[in-house]
Write a protein that binds this ligand. Structure first.
Ligand SMILES: CC(C)(COP(=O)(O)OP(=O)(O)OC[C@H]1O[C@@H](n2cnc3c(N)ncnc32)[C@H](O)[C@@H]1OP(=O)(O)O)[C@@H](O)C(=O)NCCC(=O)NCCS
Length: 178
């Protein structure tokens, strides 16, 4: 779809081959988010090569159908991504985790994260999932996004993780029935 003043936006699922083919674009998004101070598993300094390795490992999981990866394209280049994680125990076949919602700083505040999450919900439904769970840094932009998208806030776990610079951050846990 074309959005006035923004450009051509597309959100779609990538298979393992395309994740591998687009490692540099995906890695650029992750590395930019960490450089911007996002608490998404990694500590500073975090290199482009480390980000490539992360997506290369996720490509293997996409190939095994234990993860599903979506990408948001702006004028043909990946600027955002999100993953559904299906690695649940046998007694939770209906559940998936949402992970690594990332939008490059240059492409933020244009609704791309909302689009990625809406697509992720539809993909989850198509995979037979009825319950989604995620956690996110308390008080950051993503928390407002999930509230807007109808997720239920379970509560806050203090000092759950670290920002890339080593400061501690709280985490808010959310769920949504889809
Ligand atoms: C959280 C994150 C994914 C949001 O991405 P995004 O694409 O900017 O999100 P959206 O554009 O959908 O929404 C963000 C804001 O832009 C606003 N917005 C959306 N479309 C807009 C438009 N066309 N014009 C102006 N503002 C707009 C939204 O209302 C929202 O406002 P708010 O922050 O004041 O509540 C992004 O900031 C990010 O990657 N952060 C670092 C990684 C991270 O923390 N990920 C979450 C891990 S769980």
């Amino acid at each position: 779809m074309t959005v006035d003043g923004v450009g051509e936006i597309e959100v779609r699922r990538l298979d393992a081959a395309e994740v591998r083919a687009r490692l540099d674009e995906l890695a650029a998004v992750l590395a930019d988010c960490v450089a911007g101070g996002a608490s998404v598993s990694y500590m500073a300094p975090f290199t482009h090569e480390q980000a490539r390795e992360a997506f290369a490992a996720w490509a293997d999981l996409v190939e095994r159908d234990t993860r599903l990866l979506l990408a948001a394209f702006l004028d043909g280049t990946v600027v955002g991504t999100v993953q559904l994680v299906f690695a649940t125990p046998p007694n939770q076949p209906h559940r998936a985790d949402v992970a690594k919602l990332l939008v490059h700083r240059s492409a933020r505040r244009r609704g791309l994260a909302r689009l990625l999450m809406e697509h992720a919900e539809r993909e989850a439904q198509a995979e037979g999932k009825t319950l989604l769970v995620l956690d996110t840094v308390t008080g950051d932009d993503a928390e407002r996004l999930y509230m807007r998208l109808g997720w239920t806030r379970v509560g806050v776990i203090p000092n759950y993780a670290l920002y890339p610079d080593g400061r501690p951050c709280d985490t808010t846990v959310f769920w949504k029935a889809v």
